[in-house]
Structure formats: C-alpha cells, structure tokens
Design a binder for this molecule. Structure first.
Ligand code: SF4
Length: 67
C-alpha cells in the first residue's frame, strides 16, 4: 500500500494490470495517462515497449509467493 509518497502507487500497491483508454470527456485530463504512466515508465517501473492505452499484465505480480 502506498504510504510514503504518491510514487508508491505503482511500486507498493498491487497493480497486476495497467493500461486504459480515454472513453469520455472526463478522461480528457487523465492523471494516470498524462502523469503517472509516463513518469513511472521513465523510472523503469513500466517497460518501455508498453503503450498506455493497451492492457499490460505484470505476470510476475500474478504469482503468489509463500511467506
Ligand atoms: S484512468 Fe484515465 S483514461 Fe482511464 S477511465 Fe480513468 S480517467 Fe479515463
């Protein structure tokens, strides 16, 4: 869960799938597509080949690890 700063949203929260498309007027200034996605891609948390409007599954995050 994100605790320390807004950047934790894609590194601490469990987000196995990313990607979205603008479907309505409310999406015009999407904080995710315009801000979070490119920022996290620059940080290397999202692979460079992933496009923001395509669904991307982080296969590694889908695996359950034993405690
Ligand atoms: S994440 Fe952005 S593009 Fe997707 S539904 Fe929400 S506002 Fe729209």
């Amino acid at each position: 869960m994100a605790k320390d700063n807004p950047g934790d949203i894609l590194t601490c929260d469990w987000n196995p799938v990313i990607g979205c498309q603008r479907f309505s007027a409310a999406c015009r200034k999407c904080w995710y597509l315009d801000g979070i996605f490119p920022w996290q891609q620059r940080l290397g948390n999202i692979p460079a080949q992933v496009r923001p409007n395509e669904a991307w599954v982080f296969e590694k995050r889908m695996k359950v690890e034993a405690l």
